[in-house]
Design a protein. Structure first.
Length: 689
């Protein structure tokens, strides 16, 4: 009994120890799970936003980012248990201040930055985020030189200007122009875009004939002086690539200078479309400045999400002081917030931790107030960057997915023509099928077709309210003309003649030359130089030698192509045959009844009449003695000599209105009996005299 009681006590002690151990283990496990949850799923995640608040792009981006943060925090399927906090910094349209604001943003433990708006700031900040491993997502920096190869932590959430410039190059090629003038702002955004345009045009056998750059802070006088130089150039196809907040100044000055009239071509990049989208309804004064301009607009596919968001935006404008309408930059800013939210959500689900650490290379110098030690690197930057590049969802602007070069897939643009009080869609451009009148979403389901014959656009109303395609160039005022030699001769002036000097030469050869020059697709100014004194014909061999010796660039005239001349100069194809010809004046034919007398003179007619009488007399002499018909009264014999002998008893056989008169020396014809003289057939036989 005692032994059993002791064993029972031992067993009870063991059970009590096991229960306490399990309770302690579960408690420890629970505390471990709570600690892990607190470290990997933080209550708040900070994301920076860097752009200029008071700008065409910034005003739309401000409200779009607010809507995006609100929608993300309401969605339980994204960042569950974590609040997304966006810290906005104003760059104030300054590269220097924007860089300082970006550095201050790095001190606030942000895991990513949405922005910047400026390509110049993007170049500077990209070096910083590369060192701190903080992804930089720009919805407005379109400079093609912002490359992911140089800046691996830079992600462009909008289409690069590389694609936009290829769209412009396709438009230039479609209309057959070969030279354009680029008007752009002289900063990273402008230089990068125009450099891409030059490469795109070169691949299509075209070029930028003149680059007109002005500084970002240029005033009206500087832009006016620049447009004066532009107007002196031969090209009349202008590509305008400037900032939205100052771009209309270019068109305002151009209109005052008469550069918005017929013969000019103006193509604006998507900055103008952003202005028109942000100010609805558009001011009529603004529309009057840009009549006939062709504008590129970033293409965004229609969707229910986009329709609901636009309605929500408009309701917000009506109930608040916000005055900016939605533009495509606002849509890409909204999608950028969602892109960051999806990436952070996947980062946390895979066990990532938001941890910041100091960089040993950054330390505060003695007496310095820069606080460089406050800049901390993000430990999970590589994993978050990977999740950003794996994104695949549909946003306001379309499908959000990156290709191998870290560019958004399916770049496309709407091509718009400004006219009247609004605009008209004349086609689309996509990297898939280039120019087309069919929406890109439809073409993506078909095989790509980029052949020249398949490129299509609707008709355009060009500046000056003309539907005829402008030629695209004029003779430059400051161009060096070709020296064209013209023989100053005294004979055969129908080929070449000068009425009052070299400025007024004319003739068949000059007309052929001028028409050939007008057919060329590029300008060729010419200056005619008279060779010779006008009293004697110049030596054509010497005229050809002047071309060979480079005294003349060419010569025009009735110059024969002979062997010794072809050895030193090149001739065109002959446009007139050589040889002997007879030139006779053409007179109007006389239509009077006596016109048959004109071929012979009076003397000739008299000789002909005398010969007629002589022959008749000879016949009378020979027949008078033997032929009874040549006898009778003198009057009768005279008639016989002149007209011959008539039938004494003439008779007529009628068959279908056919009358036959018989003479003694003709075949004697008579009708068979019982023949109807009015029948359709007459039976005739001959009877000799």
């Amino acid at each position: 009994m005692a032994t059993g009681s002791a064993g029972f006590k031992v067993m009870r002690s063991i059970r009590l120890f096991a229960v306490c151990f399990l309770v302690g283990m579960f408690a420890t496990t629970g505390r471990g799970q709570n600690n892990t949850s607190n470290s990997s799923v933080p209550p708040v995640v900070n994301v920076g936003a860097l752009f200029t608040f008071n700008s065409t792009i910034g005003r739309a981006a401000t409200l779009a980012i607010e809507f995006a943060v609100e929608d993300v925090n309401k969605d339980a399927s994204v960042l569950s248990g974590t609040k997304l906090n966006v810290i906005k910094q104003d760059t104030n349209c300054s590269g220097f201040l924007g860089t300082i604001e970006a550095l201050q943003l790095m001190e606030k433990d942000v895991v990513a930055i949405i922005g910047p708006q400026s390509s110049g700031i993007g170049h500077v900040i990209s070096h910083v985020v590369n060192e701190l491993h903080v992804p930089l997502l720009s919805f407005a920096a379109t400079d093609p030189t912002l490359s992911s190869l140089e800046y691996p932590y830079f992600i462009r959430t909008i289409h690069s200007d590389y694609f936009q410039m290829n769209a412009i190059a396709d438009i230039v090629q479609y209309y057959g122009w070969r030279k354009v003038t680029a008007i752009f702002v002289d900063d990273d955004y402008g230089r990068g875009g125009i450099s891409a345009l030059g490469d795109a045009l070169a691949s299509r056998r075209a070029e930028i004939s003149y680059k007109a750059a002005f500084p970002p802070d240029a005033d009206i006088n500087m832009i006016s002086d620049l447009l004066v130089k532009v107007n002196l150039m031969e090209s009349r196809v202008f590509i305008v690539h400037v900032n939205p907040d100052s771009g209309l100044t270019v068109f305002s000055i151009a209109k005052k200078m008469g550069m918005m009239n017929s013969g000019y071509v103006w193509i604006a990049t998507d900055w103008l479309a952003a202005i028109l989208d942000s100010t609805k309804p558009v001011d009529p004064n603004t529309m009057s400045l840009i009549q006939g301009v062709v504008v590129l607009h970033q293409h965004t596919a229609d969707s229910d999400l986009k329709t609901r968001f636009i309605s929500r935006w408009n309701n917000k404008i009506k109930s608040s002081s916000t005055s900016s309408s939605l533009n495509t930059y606002g849509m890409y800013a909204y999608d950028s917030v969602w892109l960051v939210a999806h990436a952070i959500d996947q980062f946390l689900r895979q066990g990532g931790e938001i941890v910041f650490s100091k960089d040993s290379r950054l330390h505060d110098a003695n007496g310095s107030t820069l606080h460089l030690a406050a800049l901390k690197g993000f430990g999970g930057g590589d994993q978050l960057l990977e999740q950003l590049l794996l994104a695949n969802f549909t946003g306001l602007a379309g499908h959000i997915q990156f290709d191998s070069d870290r560019n958004l897939i399916h770049p496309a643009y709407d091509i718009i023509n400004i006219g009247g009080t609004g605009s008209r869609l004349i086609g689309y451009w996509s990297n898939y099928s280039h120019l087309s009148v069919v929406a890109p979403e439809i073409l993506y389901g078909k095989p790509p077709n980029i052949s020249t014959s398949s490129q299509q656009l609707y008709s355009v109303i060009w500046p000056g309210e003309t539907a005829m395609k402008p030629r695209g160039w004029v003779f430059p005022n400051n161009g060096k003309p070709l020296r064209i030699g013209v023989p100053n001769k005294v004979s055969f002036k129908q080929f070449v003649s000068n009425n009052s000097g070299a400025d007024n030469v004319s003739g068949y050869c000059i007309d052929v030359f001028n028409n050939a020059i007008n057919l060329l697709p590029y300008p060729v100014p010419c200056s005619f130089i008279l060779i010779g004194d006008g009293w004697t014909n110049p030596n054509y061999d010497e005229l050809v030698n002047m071309v060979a010796q480079n005294y003349l660039d060419a010569t025009v005239g009735d110059i024969a192509i002979v062997r010794n001349r072809t050895r030193i100069v090149d001739f065109t194809q002959p446009y007139a045959e050589s040889g002997l010809v007879i030139v006779a004046p053409v007179k109007k034919m006389n239509s009077s009844a006596w016109a048959f007398l004109k071929p012979f003179t009076i003397e000739m007619w008299c000789v002909t009449g005398a010969l007629f009488l002589f022959v008749g007399a000879v016949v009378w002499i020979l027949e008078h003695r033997m032929n009874q018909d040549f006898r009778g009264s003198p009057r009768q014999q005279l008639v016989t000599i002149c007209w011959g002998k008539h039938c004494e008893h003439p008779w007529t056989v009628r068959a279908d209105h056919l009358a036959v008169c018989c003479t003694n020396y003709q075949l004697k014809l008579h009708c068979e009996p019982n023949i109807n003289p009015h029948s359709s057939t007459a039976f005739l036989r001959d009877r000799r005299a």
